[in-house]
Design a binder for this molecule. Sequence first.
Ligand SMILES: *[C@@H]1O[C@H](CO)[C@@H](O)[C@H](O)[C@H]1NC(C)=O
Ligand SMILES: *[C@@H]1O[C@H](CO)[C@@H](O)[C@H](O)[C@H]1NC(C)=O
Length: 329
Amino acid sequence: MKSLTAAVALIAPVQAGLRFPCSTLTVQRLDPVVEPGALPAAHVHHIVGGNAFNATMEGDVGARATCTTCQMAEDFSNYWTAQLYFKHPNGSYHRVPVIPVQPLLGGSQGAQAGLTVYYTQFDLSRDNLAKQKITAFKPGFRMTVGSPTNTGKPRVGIRYQCLQGQNRGREMDDFPTGPCSGGIFTTHHFPACWDGKNLDSPDHQSHMYNTVTYDGFMNAGPCPASHPVRMPQVAYETVWDTRQFNSMWPSGTPNPFVWSFEGTGGGSHADYMFGWKGDSLQRAMDKSECFYDGCGSIVKQAMSVANQCKIKETIREDVVGWMMKLPGR
Ligand SMILES: *[C@@H]1O[C@H](CO)[C@@H](O)[C@H](O)[C@H]1NC(C)=O
Ligand SMILES: *[C@@H]1O[C@H](CO)[C@@H](O)[C@H](O)[C@H]1NC(C)=O
């Protein structure tokens, strides 16, 4: 019996944690984490997830929302990043569309634009739950990673890749310096150590602590005494479809893509608003050796259903282009 178990373990495709697509919910100047109540917020965001998304979000989001653009039907969280724009040599801006990430398995499964979300316990192939328990976020929890005011290099885990067809190429800390035939791939990894007390902090970051020192889906090192609670490692992947702009990028000139705050590479950032229903995220995190879906512990919906989840537009303005200046600038 023992040898049979070992043989099965060897051939079983082991993938840990959760990985799932979310379609685009809205592209607007709203930011309930950094600028709660602001109508409009300072710059445009690309937002996915539950329909409780609003200028102000307090309390238990998962109890309030009624639908989500994410594949995991019990996940009413919201996930967002700045929106990417192309700046034409003539000075006009145009929004860069998003296309679903093509995962290594299962294709995009019908997602419309959006981004791919990960919650990993250890790394991409192991969960190591026997060694370390993962505690899910609490209702009301929120955090950000990166900052629009950063002009230096972004921290580890905030990266750019130049897609040539399906080939992702190496991870870089700034925009690609030449056209990418498959678009620009951005990654945002969040820290995974919590202070155990605060659902937020004045800078939306200091209640969390980052112990990751390598790019990629690596295990975060042990949490410090100041931030002792080990949380899931959250990451977003987005594919910006820059293809229609490549012919407008004069050869030999610098990168023409800017974030919606007119920012370049170092200002890449992302926001997270927890909204899983009840204990659904904890249930999934407690599962061992799962194939990216919590081993059936959480309910999945077809992306054709997820795509029907909509919210009303609150900020009425053109965020697509061509426009002479970025919205809010
Ligand atoms: C958003 O907030 C406004 C004002 O507080 C409220 O009227 C509206 O119902 C909220 N929308 C959602 C989807 O919660
Ligand atoms: C810049 O070029 C784009 C693409 O050809 C065009 O649509 C836009 O109107 C131009 N803007 C100006 C100010 O000429």
